[in-house]
Design a protein around this ligand. Structure first.
Ligand SMILES: Cc1ncc(COP(=O)(O)O)c(C=O)c1O
Length: 376
C-alpha cells in the first residue's frame, strides 16, 4: 500500500459515527444554512482560541475578503504580505482593488521577514504618491506562526491593521497565545487538507473587537443590517453550511489529540532526517508551536530537489512543492511589474523546497521508509 500524503480516511474511521450523527441532525432540523451548529462551532472555537468573537464563513478566502472589507480596503491602499503563500492571501487584496506589496521572507521559517517589512512600509510611506500604507497580512506558512512579536509593533507604530492568515496554522501558538487570538483579525480555512478540515469548503474569522465583529457578521450576509433584507453596506454571501459546521464539531473533539500526533510525527522526521547531506529539516522558531500543516524540507539546490523527489516517486511516496512560483512572479500579478531577483530569499527557497507526507496518523514505520529512500 502506498503512503498517503494526507490520510483523511484514517481520520474518518475515528470520527465516522459522530460525523454521521451531526449530518443527520442537520437533515432532521432542516436549517441547512446558518443553523444552530454555526453558533455552537463559533463559540467552541473562540474559546479554544481565547478570542472574544468568531464568525463562521464559506472558506479561508472569504475569511480574508471579509476581514479586508471590514477595514474598508480599496483602490490606493497598500497591504503588505508575503509572496510565499497560497494565491488567496494576495488575491483577496487585489480583488478589492488594493495593491499587495510583497515582502521577502525569513530564510529559516519561510514567513514574512520583519526587517524587510519595515523597509517596505517606510518605502510606501516616504516614496509613494499613489499608495497609502493600510495594513499587513501575516501568513503562518506550513502551520508555524509568523514573527508577530516583531510584526505587531510595526503595525501599531505605523497605524496599520494586522490580519493573521492562519489558514494553515489553526491550533498553533506564538509566545503561548493561540494564533487566532493575534492581530486585529485572524482568518482560518477548513479546507479538507487543513489541520482542522471539513468535508468541503469552510472558514472562520476571529476578532476581539466588538465593532469589528458586528461588521464581519454584516459583511458575511450581503452587508445586512437589522435583518437580511436591510442592507447597510456591501457584503458577500460568505456563510458556512450547517452540515460543514456539524462535521467540524465532530472533528474538533479529536483535534487537540491530532495536534499532538502531528507534533510527534514531526519530531520523528527531525530525528530520522537529521544529518542527510544537503538536506535542511524545518525549524520551529523559539516561542512558536507549529501544527505542521506541511513538513517541508530544503534541498541543496533545484537539481538536488529533483533528484530527491525522483527517488521518492520511484518508491511511490508522494511529495509536493509548496510553492514552486512565488506570487510576485505569477502572471496574475504581472501588473505589479516584478522581475526575478526582486525577492531573492523567497525565490531561492521556492527553488529548493518540497514537502513530505504529513498527517496525525503517519506511521513511524512509513517515516522510516521515507527517510531510507531519501538517504539511499
Ligand atoms: C495561507 C492560505 N491562505 C488562504 C487560503 C484559502 O483558504 P480556502 O481554500 O479555504 O479558501 C489557504 C488555503 O489553501 C492558505 O493556505
Amino acid at each position: 500500500m502506498s503512503i498517503p500524503f494526507i490520510d483523511l480516511k484514517a481520520q474518518y474511521a475515528r470520527v465516522d459515527d459522530a460525523v454521521k450523527k451531526g449530518i443527520d441532525g442537520v437533515l432532521e432540523h432542516g436549517a441547512y444554512v446558518m443553523g444552530p451548529e454555526i453558533k455552537d462551532l463559533e463559540s467552541r472555537l473562540s474559546s479554544f482560541c481565547a478570542v472574544r468573537h468568531a464568525v463562521g464563513c464559506a472558506s479561508g478566502t472569504d475569511a480574508l475578503i471579509m476581514a479586508l472589507m471590514a477595514f474598508e480596503v480599496g483602490p490606493g491602499d497598500a497591504v503588505f504580505t508575503t509572496p510565499f503563500t497560497f494565491m488567496a492571501t494576495a488575491e483577496a487584496i487585489a480583488l478589492l482593488g488594493a495593491t499587495p506589496v510583497f515582502v521577502d521572507v525569513d530564510p529559516v521559517t519561510f514567513n514574512i521577514d520583519p526587517d524587510d517589512l519595515k523597509r517596505k512600509i517606510a518605502d510606501v510611506k516616504d516614496n509613494s504618491d499613489d499608495l497609502t500604507a493600510k495594513g499587513i497580512i501575516g501568513v503562518d506558512l506550513f502551520g508555524q506562526p509568523a514573527d508577530y512579536a516583531r510584526i505587531e509593533p510595526l503595525a501599531q507604530n505605523n497605524g496599520l491593521f494586522l490580519i493573521v492568515d492562519a489558514a494553515q496554522s489553526f491550533g498553533a501558538t506564538h509566545q503561548g497565545k493561540p494564533v487566532c487570538s493575534l492581530g486585529d483579525i485572524a482568518c482560518t480555512s477548513f479546507f479538507p487538507a487543513k489541520p482542522l478540515g471539513c468535508y468541503g469548503d469552510g472558514g472562520m474569522v476571529f476578532a476581539h473587537n466588538d465593532e469589528l465583529h458586528k461588521l464581519l457578521v454584516s459583511i458575511r450576509v450581503h452587508g445586512m443590517g437589522e435583518d437580511k433584507y436591510e442592507n447597510v453596506r456591501l457584503g458577500i454571501n460568505g456563510r458556512l453550511d450547517s452540515i460543514q459546521a456539524a462535521i467540524l464539531l465532530a472533528k474538533f473533539k479529536i483535534f487537540p489529540d491530532e495536534i499532538e500526533k502531528r507534533q510527534a510525527a514531526a519530531e520523528r522526521y527531525h530525528k530520522l532526517l537529521a544529518g542527510i547531506d544537503g538536506l535542511t529539516t524545518p525549524t520551529v522558531a523559539e516561542g512558536n508551536t507549529s501544527v505542521w500543516a506541511q513538513y517541508s524540507l530544503l534541498a541543496r539546490d533545484t537539481e538536488h530537489r529533483t533528484e530527491l523527489m525522483g527517488k521518492l516517486k520511484a518508491a511511490d511516496i508522494p511529495a509536493v512543492i509548496y510553492y514552486p512560483n512565488p506570487l510576485h512572479l505569477q502572471k496574475a500579478f504581472a501588473n505589479l511589474g516584478h522581475t526575478a531577483g526582486d525577492l531573492p530569499v523567497c525565490e531561492g527557497i521556492a527553488g529548493r523546497i518540497f514537502s513530505l507526507p504529513m498527517h496525525p496518523y503517519l506511521a513511524a514505520s512509513d517515516q522510516k521508509t521515507i527517510a531510507s529512500v531519501l538517504k539511499g
